[in-house]
Design a protein around this ligand. Sequence first.
Ligand SMILES: CC(C)(COP(=O)(O)OP(=O)(O)OC[C@H]1O[C@@H](n2cnc3c(N)ncnc32)[C@H](O)[C@@H]1OP(=O)(O)O)[C@@H](O)C(=O)NCCC(=O)NCCS
Length: 246
Amino acid sequence: MAKQVYETFSCDRVTNAMLTEAAKLFNENYGTWGVHADRPGRPVKLSARRLREQYLPDATASSYTRVTVDGNLAGHAFACRWECDGKNLCWVTQLVVHKDYRERGLATILLRSLRTDVDDIYGIMSSHPAACLAAAKSFGRHIEKIPLGFISTDSDAIMKASPIPYIKDAKLCGTLFKPEDTIGLVSGVNTSFFIDHEAPLEALRSIRETYQWPLGDLPDGHEYLLVLERKHPRSKSVVPNHFANT
Ligand SMILES: CC(C)(COP(=O)(O)OP(=O)(O)OC[C@H]1O[C@@H](n2cnc3c(N)ncnc32)[C@H](O)[C@@H]1OP(=O)(O)O)[C@@H](O)C(=O)NCCC(=O)NCCS
């Protein structure tokens, strides 16, 4: 049986060698640019340096969680944290699983592994519905029962408080925020991220055969938005320890 190892590192413990490996995983497995992007059909790429600058900024309690399968890097998740109205936010800024290891629960366990005792609210923006399924499950909700009312009332303030520019500046879209919206989205953001949607839309078709999918359709340049409160409020006595696994 394959040996899976999940590890979480706070930003100051992530080495350049780890980021070089993470960039390779991303570049070979994340996806390709869509027809409306500058380089259609080419892989979406990131360098180790951009991973450090954009996903592990010093100003946030950011972290890198990875899974190896028999010693091979099979997936990773980046997260960053900030506060809003006395609540601790944990936002998943990147999630990718190697093509050879998908649909085995790795994304779900990666997200479960990055949780800490002090998180109050989790968020993710993603163009892949499987990432939303994984997030809902890991953060304690069934996708069919996610509290849409909370997303509608609290997302704006939470995201505006983010130290990460693309989260802070994301434009909320969908009928949750604008009931007159006709683009088919229920909860999402317009990020002008024109990744090819063929694989996510195929996954969406399949997921809709199993679940009542609550987040709507996925127009080009948009991503789904999921923001969830932790299911059981944290105990006030918990001593902050952001990265219990390192
Ligand atoms: C999205 C991604 C991370 C999912 O990784 P994964 O390890 O395959 O996910 P999991 O195995 O944990 O699956 C989570 C759920 O989605 C379902 N799922 C995963 N891929 C699916 C697919 N292609 N079609 C239908 N359902 C799918 C799983 O069955 C599971 O559902 P369940 O909870 O009902 O069992 C992976 O497909 C990926 O890296 N995609 C490219 C990058 C990307 O789009 N990342 C998200 C941007 S933040």
